[in-house]
Design a protein around this ligand. Structure first.
Ligand code: C5P
Ligand code: MG
Length: 211
């Protein structure tokens, strides 16, 4: 009544087949604020559950070191705590997954914003099995970042504040999006590393290697 445009009868389904380079892949997104322990726990998950860990931040930092044409742009973005355009990050993730002999991936620190999220699904046709969310207070994350001494250009108080702001404004909405799809497994990441890993282990139990 009163509408002149025909609405489509069916809303388009998400087109995801999770195929990449001739293999069917399982992807888990690992999200959480800077300093929430994503990298640390991913190392544990790799060891116990046979996943390959792909850190978007590490891939971007490697790209700077390799002297690629995007290096200067990426470095500027990281120093400012800003999010690098999706096409750059997605290409790095895609290449790493294709090159790997594994078919189970932890993608850490991605998607960081709505553009990351939608571009990844559109380009790769991959949707995550679930999203592991490390929930931690800013106070605790700040303490960890200032104490970790990895020589990173963005672990200074000024950039840390910017990264927190980007996390709240751009990354939390991504977590809310996946929450609405019942895909988020949230973990209290303020606890000590072994206790966090106990919670992680419970979540990954279905992926334990069969013996
Ligand atoms: O995850 P990590 O803390 O290592 O990321 C460091 C920086 O890398 C981010 O603050 C951001 O500048 C950049 N990055 C990005 N897009 C991503 C992941 C990281 O631009 N998806
Ligand atoms: Mg990290």
């Amino acid at each position: 009544m009163g509408t002149s445009v025909d609405a489509p009868a069916v809303v388009a389904e998400e087109v995801t087949d999770n195929m990449l380079g001739g293999k069917k892949v399982t992807v888990v997104f690992v999200l959480g604020g800077p300093g929430s322990g994503k990298g640390t726990q991913c190392t544990n998950i790799v060891e116990h559950f046979g996943f390959t860990h792909l850190s978007a931040g590490d891939l971007l930092r490697a790209e700077i070191k390799s002297g690629s044409e995007n290096g200067t742009m990426i470095e500027t973005m990281i120093k400012e705590g800003k999010i690098v355009p999706s096409e750059v990050t997605i290409k790095l993730l895609q290449e790493a997954m294709i090159k790997s002999e594994n078919d189970k991936f932890l993608i850490d620190g991605f998607p960081r914003n709505e553009e990351n999220r939608s571009a990844f699904e559109n380009v790769t046709k991959i949707s995550p099995a679930f999203v592991l969310f490390f929930d931690c207070t800013e106070e605790e994350m700040e303490k960890r970042l200032l104490g970790r001494n990895q020589g990173r250009v963005d672990d200074n108080i000024e950039t840390i504040r910017k990264r927190f702001k980007v996390f709240v404004e751009s990354s939390l909405p991504v977590i809310e999006y996946y929450s609405s799809k019942d895909k988020v497994k949230k973990i209290d990441a303020a606890k000590p590393i072994p206790e966090v890993f106990e919670d992680v282990t419970a979540i990954f139990a279905p992926y334990a290697p069969k013996v």
